[in-house]
Ligand binder design. Structure first.
Ligand code: SIN
Length: 517
């Protein structure tokens, strides 16, 4: 089924001579967990350049709280982890990718421990396992309570920066990919000292997601979907962009929205509305531990019904000994003016994760030769229409491992001098206007008229990376006339079997629905 043309990137083609040049074996773009881990795995196989547009330690991964899911308990099994992942994905997970994810999880956790990640242990010296929404078993490993992402990044970074095979450029952003027909040979990078064309046998996009485009988000401002725009402009296939996950419990005061980890609800925290009613049991049998999309919509509905701009997260029902691992999180809340031991925590939903992205195979390869993607920028198919909590750091590791192996095995190909198509970025006022528009018209609840208005509004903006990513989200949301997982249409509020497929976009081709297995 075709749904009209895929969005057309609007780009400029500066002269090749404008840039200096550099050559490495491998180029990694982005410094979240996927980027750090892939660079480390490649470092023994050749010279690696990692570029990151801010500092090495600024990423969604470093901000990740909950943890990493793995079937480690005697009562658990990878197949059960797989069942929970598939159920959350609402019929759109790629089965083969889910199987790899859950089977490989225990080995990747063991590897992180060898690299020095200080996961929280119980008095018996065994890993403490937490619970999150949609998981029917305790299987979330965590560090410093809810500071898992930071602990993982902090443990891996010294291995990376001390490795003689790795060069890091901070403050350096990829502005276009060097493509020659169907092959990628590196990227044009805007660094502190100007433009450099970095040539590499394999280029790995690990730029993270696009939640930072939304005005209210748990993501850092750097999470603007750059890798999705770069890959799409270079001819790679992109899919599932309409599926955006909103986290139900982000602190209601301040920006970016500080996350109140789902692990708190895993230990018994409850959501109450401003009328003093506990509402989640009315929405789902799993109550506060229902899947994230269900909880986020319920929170929005309660805010609308009561006219309040937040609901309350209450800790009264959490056993005292279960609270102690969250001490660092509570200190961060006190620094923001709320003592969670003395008062309920005001929370509201915020954009959190992009289930779609650059389509890759099981080895992280995109449809462009020499171009790989892993982490949130990639669409491996493991999340389907809705990601299960704590499967995202896991995805970085499992598919990063495979992508590094495949990239290391690439044969160099001779290529012509490639002129990159360069996508500009928006200024601050346009970016803020785009964020407001996305939240209003392509947020938790969407409608045909709002999405059409969003599409026209984005088309009227100056060309940009951010606008291209936003148009892929909006176009997918406009076309998919049903509700599934992270995509809810008030005018088509139920799942429909005719939409059981992935909306695939490729420049110059019609947007169409595909089935994956
Ligand atoms: C959380 O801690 O609630 C977020 C974890 C995740 O998004 O996987």
């Amino acid at each position: 089924m075709d749904f009209g043309p895929s969005p057309e990137p609007r780009e400029s083609r500066p002269e090749v001579a404008a840039a200096a040049s550099a050559t490495f074996d491998f180029l990694v773009v982005g410094s979240g967990l996927a980027g750090i881990y892939v660079a480390l795995r490649l470092a023994d196989r050749g010279r690696v350049l990692l570029v990151t547009k801010a500092r090495l330690d600024v990423s969604n991964s470093a901000w990740a709280q909950g943890g990493i899911a793995a079937a480690l308990d005697a009562e658990d099994a990878p197949a059960l982890h797989g069942e929970d992942t598939l159920r959350a994905g609402r019929g759109l997970c790629k089965q083969s990718a889910v199987e790899l994810l859950v089977q490989d999880a225990p080995a990747r956790i063991a590897e992180l421990m060898e690299l020095g990640v200080p996961f929280d242990l119980g008095p018996d010296g065994r890993l403490l396992l937490g619970r999150e929404g949609g998981h029917l078993r305790r299987r979330i490993v965590h560090a410093h309570g809810a500071a898992t992402g930071y602990a993982v990044v902090e443990a891996l970074l010294p291995h990376l920066v001390e490795h003689p095979g790795v060069t890091v450029w901070e403050g350096a952003r990829a502005v276009g990919l060097l493509v020659d027909g169907p092959c990628c040979h590196g990227a044009r990078v805007q660094g502190p000292d100007g433009l450099v064309d970095v040539r590499a046998v394999a280029t790995v996009l690990a730029t993270g997601g696009s939640g930072g485009l939304y005005v209210r988000t748990t993501n850092p401002a750097t999470a603007t979907g750059d890798g999705i725009a770069l890959a799409y402009a270079a001819g790679a296939t992109v899919a599932d962009m309409e599926f955006v996950q909103f986290h139900p419990t982000a602190f209601a005061l301040g920006q970016p929205a500080f996350l109140l980890s789902e692990a708190l609800r895993g230990e018994g925290a409850q959501l109450w509305n401003s009328r003093g009613e506990r509402f989640m049991p009315r929405y789902d049998p799993a109550a506060d531990l229902a899947p994230r999309d269900v909880v986020a919509r319920a929170v929005m509905a309660e805010m609308d019904a009561t006219g309040a701009d937040h609901v309350d997260l209450r800790l009264d029902a959490v056993p005292t000994d279960a609270l102690s691992p969250f001490a660092p999180l509570f200190d961060s809340l006190r620094a923001r003016g709320v003592d969670p031991m003395a008062a309920p925590i005001p929370v509201a939903p915020a954009a959190h994760f992009c289930m779609g992205g650059v389509v890759v195979d099981l080895d992280g390869a995109t449809s462009v030769r020499g171009l790989f993607a892993c982490g949130e920028v990639a669409c491996t198919g493991v999340h389907g229409a809705n990601r299960l909590g704590s499967n995202s750091l896991l995805e970085c590791l499992v598919f990063g491992h495979r992508a590094a192996h495949a990239a290391a095995g690439m044969e160099p190909v001779r290529c012509a001098a490639a002129v990159p198509a360069v996508l500009p970025t928006l200024g601050a006022p346009e970016r803020a206007a785009l964020g407001e528009r996305l939240a209003r018209q392509a947020g938790i609840v969407r409608r045909a008229d709002g999405l059409a208005d969003a599409r026209r509004g984005i088309e009227a903006m100056p060309p940009s990376m951010e606008g291209l990513v936003a148009s892929l989200i909006v176009r997918g949301a406009e076309v998919r006339r049903e509700s599934r997982g992270g995509h809810f249409r008030a005018d088509y509020p139920v799942e429909a079997d005719t939409w059981l497929g992935h909306l695939v976009a490729r420049r110059g081709q019609p947007l169409h629905l595909e089935s994956w297995s």
